[in-house]
Design a binder for this molecule. Structure first.
Ligand SMILES: [Fe+2]
Ligand SMILES: [Fe+2]
Length: 157
């Protein structure tokens, strides 16, 4: 993976070496890259009035909530022994994304500038170093395949 140099188009794609062995979880991870790219492109667009950025931030939060819940439910179902550490890493990133999003929504527009890069760096590191550790544990039957909106709603409620 090449480091982002901040140039347009620098947001990398999900690559097959990041596969955790389950299609639903891989699809979530791919979508994260797409959302980071969408956010990057909308932040770079000078005509952008903020509505697309604000809704992309909400989509990102929904993905963070829903994907983490999906992963944690699956890891619990298979009796993954590192779940509490994994859970903690998810919560820390979730709090970070939420804080940046809230700062943006409250008027500090520059708060979101580094977010695409942060998402990609955190995600790439997390998938390759943390998610990869559950690869040999995961079973398709343990993964809730519903659309993330359902899981995010469950997390919120
Ligand atoms: Fe994870
Ligand atoms: Fe993950």
């Amino acid at each position: 993976m090449e480091a982002s140099d901040g140039a347009r188009g620098a947001i990398p794609e999900w690559t097959p070496d990041m596969s955790v062995g389950n299609d639903t979880l891989d699809s979530d991870h791919k979508a994260f890259f797409d959302i980071a790219r969408l956010l990057y492109d909308s932040l770079a667009d000078k005509r952008e009035q903020g509505l697309i950025i604000a809704s992309t931030l909400l989509i990102l939060e929904e993905y963070v909530d829903g994907h983490f819940l999906r992963e944690e439910k699956a890891l619990k179902a298979v009796g993954y022994t590192q779940l509490s550490e994994h859970h903690h890493k998810h919560r820390k990133f979730q709090a970070r994304v939420r804080a940046i999003s809230e700062t943006y929504q409250s008027g500090t527009k520059s708060a979101a500038d580094d977010l695409p890069d942060l998402v990609i760096k955190w995600l790439t590191h997390h998938i390759l170093n943390e998610d990869m550790q559950y690869k040999r544990w995961i079973r398709d039957s343990a993964v809730d395949p519903r659309p993330l909106a359902f899981l995010a709603a469950e997390a919120a409620g």
